[in-house]
Design a protein around this ligand. Structure first.
Ligand code: SER
Length: 322
């Protein structure tokens, strides 16, 4: 039986992970938590929700104890662009929150999933076919918290035996819940603008290549890694995983297969461009493939088709509501 706690459960990943785990985990409880209340009735009615600030050690401990939590997916954190605007807050939430959760995991013997990111890499990292084990000297506060987070998770595993596991996510593309304040968010916004207005102004340069993944693959990766046999894991925090990489030009061309009149122009944001330029063009994820069987299902064309269909449904529903 698994009793699972998800922090940041109303965010882009958490909202879909919560529903997926509730469908899968019929014998245990899946507790969603966040610092705001859920409004979607389907989400609200599907299982328990706790209003929980990850900096509140006492409440985190109480929730973990009350529900007999044995697995935590810790998703509450700030993303890269917003982290650059508010570096002090990013440090406090990303590191302080992880520390609180690691301590709860240690005290209550829970396993922990920690999402690291392509943001953990930096300008001195080899940016093509970025190896699993390589130079990690990020320049963004977000990246600093991701590298420090990976190290802290490894420390808790080696020193206290906490079952910490994590992946370095690329940009995640989905339509159910908006991403908030990332550098890769353009790859979501472009679909909404394409379907609503047939044009999009991109804040990254046309030839900026980044790793990306469609959300169903990301959800599968998290669950698969947490359920993998520990004896196969040589690495833990954190595995490179990717599903595709493309530039804004290439994504726009793929969207034009469905919306031929779609037009893209550029108004580059130096902060997000600087962050993107310091991130891999594409990563080598062979360690994840080897150690726990990672394999993505969606490539650029499969993801684009699914996004066009999903976003079109949302846009149509909005129009009916007026
Ligand atoms: N999607 C994240 C960001 O852009 C990267 O992990 O901040």
């Amino acid at each position: 039986m698994k009793n699972i706690l998800i922090t940041g459960a109303l965010g882009q990943i958490g909202s879909e992970l919560t529903m997926a785990l509730r469908k899968r985990n019929q014998t245990g409880v899946v507790v969603a938590s966040d610092i705001r209340m859920p409004t979607d009735p389907q989400f609200r009615d599907s299982g328990p929700f706790e209003f929980l600030d990850v900096l509140d050690e006492y409440r985190v401990g109480r929730v973990v104890e009350e529900y007999r939590i044995d697995t935590i997916y810790h998703l509450g954190a700030l993303l890269s662009a917003v982290g650059e605007k508010k570096p002090q807050v990013a440090w406090k939430i990303n590191m302080g929150g992880l520390y609180t959760i690691l301590e709860a995991a240690r005290q209550y013997k829970a396993a922990l999933f920690f999402p690291s990111s392509i943001g953990a890499f930096g300008p001195t990292t080899p940016l093509d076919n970025t190896p699993q084990d390589t130079i990690m000297r990020p320049h963004s506060m977000y990246g600093v918290t991701k590298v420090a987070g990976e190290l802290l998770c490894n420390y808790y595993h080696d020193r206290f035996g906490v079952d910490t596991r994590g992946v370095r996510f690329p940009g995640l593309i989905s339509y159910q819940t908006e991403p908030g304040g990332g550098t890769t968010d353009y790859a979501v916004a472009i679909f909404f603008e394409a379907l609503k207005h047939k044009r999009f102004t991109c804040y990254l340069k046309p030839d900026t290549s980044l790793d990306m993944m469609y959300m169903p693959d990301a959800i599968r990766a998290m669950i698969q890694l947490m359920e993998a046999d520990a004896s196969g894991l040589k690495h833990r925090n954190a595995f490179n995983i990717t599903a595709m990489h493309f530039t804004p030009t290439q994504l726009a061309a793929e969207i034009r297969k469905y919306i031929p009149e779609f037009a893209i122009d550029y108004d580059v944001d130096p902060i997000r461009q600087g962050i993107a330029d310091s991130w891999p063009n594409y990563m080598d994820d062979s360690a994840a493939r080897r150690e726990w069987g990672w394999a993505p299902e969606y490539d650029l064309s499969g993801m684009t088709k699914a996004m066009i269909e999903g976003v079109a449904r949302l846009v149509a529903a909005e129009m009916v509501k007026g």
